[in-house]
Design a binder for this molecule. Sequence first.
Ligand SMILES: [Zn+2]
Length: 198
Amino acid sequence: MARWIDEVAAIPAAPPQQQTVMVSAGHSSTDPGAVAHGCVEADIAVALRDLISDALAAQGIKHATDGRGDENLPLGQAVKLAAQADIAVEIHCNAAASSQASGVETLSHESDYPLAGALCATVADVLGIPNRGAKPENSGQHHRLAFVSDGGGIILETFFLTSKRDLASYLAGRRSLADELARVIASAARQPGGKAAS
Ligand SMILES: [Zn+2]
């Protein structure tokens, strides 16, 4: 089931939320994604999704998710939720044959590059990993680009699971990372605009 988080902290000093938000975990229990260094991409995606959801609620932003804990909706349902939201972000990890590949990147429509670039800069800054930047949807390793094509969302390839250094930075910094990513999403959600306006 989709989860709608409507009970959020009141932040009187902040401008009102003007755009709807959805956060999704990539992959599922039947589609684990990348596996490296004893970690499964789908598990990391779910954990980071939940941390970001909690941080968004604390920052006063109502939003939808594709589940909680072990729940992770199949892509088709996540895409429908994403299409209804002005801002939609799906969490993934990158993977490469070379253990040297490192850093954060996003895959999205060009119109989403401002927010996508801000998400990349935030991950690079908090985790201290390279910023590979906002890229078009056809430049990644994943087939799950329906989230971009049909959902109009942003795929966040948070770090390389195949890089021991990236993974260690993530495990040490994930709570601050979730707080800072939520801050970027919250700031975008308080701006006017969104799909209806564009
Ligand atoms: Zn993935």
